[in-house]
Design a protein around this ligand. Structure first.
Ligand SMILES: [Zn+2]
Length: 420
């Protein structure tokens, strides 16, 4: 399809705004945010609302065994693949109104716009709301099940409360079996596009309107335990101590130095340190640290891990401690499809919007989808970088810009052979 015939097409901002305002009422909190953890009554209610909106627009609706909710528009030839767009309608407890919800609503709006314009594309379109992206119960439950990445163990040992998961599944009419059978055949998928707020402040600081995401950072989690000797904190000479707190503290500060000194694209966090026994007057025998670090690139990831653990061992030696390093989990970095990244940049330019390449530090459903089909993400600025907070805010004109870039990227992708 020649771009000149479709480059003037825009989404309907008033309709998108009305949807956004309606959706913000589900699980609304007094602080101005939303509370919609996966499978909570507010979450299930808004999913019904989403399907009802799609039905009113004359779209097909669909939900799978993992609870993923979709609206579909058949605008391609018979037997065509589906180009997916979407995000998630769940929120963290007391989260913001934009994270996830905007991406699902913009996808729905793109379907309605393409339908109104009676456009014929080389693929059908599907707007999808993935289950529990925030991982209140099971991290990336919906998109991992969709991509065949979820295992029975993920459901049996959920990250959230197992009882809450069992109750939630019952409320939603889902079972472990139905979830594990929800894998979609990748041969039916042309690709996946996701519009999302940045959840950081880089775009706002740079005064740029659109972010073409090139990578989504991976994340690795470890538990490190330093073990020394307990003793009276007031009597044992300092040079004789085997104080686990010293190892843990020295390592924690070194994490900062290592990342800032040699890994500018990476992040690391020691989110928790627990001392045992944990009294005023007792030398800590044990210190347990929760360490996570993020990298957009697999090689850098390995080098960072090596540098961190080398230092962790040095600190153990320095303070005469034993060190145990336990692997807890990981998510691999994801690379966005270069052709889609270009399509996002071209769409932004054609709309007269400034655009930058950007790495996503936060996890998104797109990183699961990138393992099975060509995938791209579009970011818009987050005011003050605030997210997972009722104070999360994105200017409405940025939301409209993002939705129009999503629409134009969908149209531009028609010129790419995404199946190759
Ligand atoms: Zn999100």
């Amino acid at each position: 399809m020649p771009n000149s015939q479709t480059s003037h097409i825009r989404i309907n901002p008033n309709r998108l705004r009305a949807d956004f305002d309606a959706l913000s009422q589900f699980g609304a909190t007094a602080s101005g945010g939303v509370n919609r953890p996966a499978f909570s009554p507010a979450h299930l209610e808004m999913r019904r609302w989403f399907h009802e909106k799609a039905r009113q627009a004359g779209l097909e609706i669909l939900s799978d065994g993992a609870g993923n909710h979709s609206a579909r528009l058949r605008c391609g030839p018979d037997g065509a693949k589906y180009l997916l767009m979407g995000s998630h309608l769940d929120s963290v407890p007391d989260g913001g109104r934009y994270d996830g919800a905007l991406g699902v609503l913009a996808a729905l709006e793109v379907l309605r716009t393409v339908q109104e314009q009676r456009l014929k594309l080389p693929y059908h379109l599907e707007a999808i709301d993935f289950t529990d992206e925030e991982g209140t119960l099971v991290s990336f439950l919906g998109s991992f099940a969709f991509c065949g990445l979820l295992t029975a163990a993920d459901l049996e040992k959920p990250r959230g409360d197992p009882q809450a998961l069992a109750e939630g599944l019952q409320r939603a009419g889902l079972t472990h079996e139905s979830i594990l059978a929800a894998r979609r055949d990748p041969a039916q998928l042309a690709g996946y596009l996701e519009l999302h707020v940045e959840q950081g402040s880089r775009m706002e600081k740079a005064g740029v309107q659109i972010g073409a995401v090139t990578h989504i950072a991976g994340i690795r989690f470890f538990r490190l335990t330093y073990t020394g000797s307990p003793g009276h904190g007031g009597t044992i000479p300092l040079e004789e101590r085997r104080d686990a707190a010293w190892g843990a503290s020295a390592f924690t500060l070194a994490v900062r130095e290592i990342v800032m000194g040699g890994f500018p694209e990476c992040f690391a966090n020691v989110g928790r340190v627990e001392y045992r026994p944990g009294f005023f007057n007792t030398i800590p025998q044990q210190a347990e640290l929760a360490l996570e670090f993020r990298s957009p690139d697999p090689d850098q990831f390995d080098r960072l891990e090596q540098a961190l653990f080398e230092n962790a061992r040095e600190q153990a030696q320095r303070f005469k401690l034993e060190l145990n390093i336990e692997f807890i989990g990981k998510r691999d970095p994801a690379r966005m499809d270069a052709r889609i990244v270009s399509a996002v940049r071209e769409s932004a330019a054609a709309l007269g919007l400034s655009c930058t390449s950007i790495i996503s530090r936060a996890g998104h459903d797109a990183q699961a989808l990138a393992t099975i089909c060509p995938t791209g993400m579009i970011f818009i600025p987050s005011q003050g970088g605030l997210s997972h907070s009722p104070l999360e805010y994105t200017r409405w004109e940025d939301c409209v810009n993002g939705a129009n870039v999503l629409l134009q990227t969908v149209l531009r992708c028609a010129n790419l052979d995404l199946s190759s």
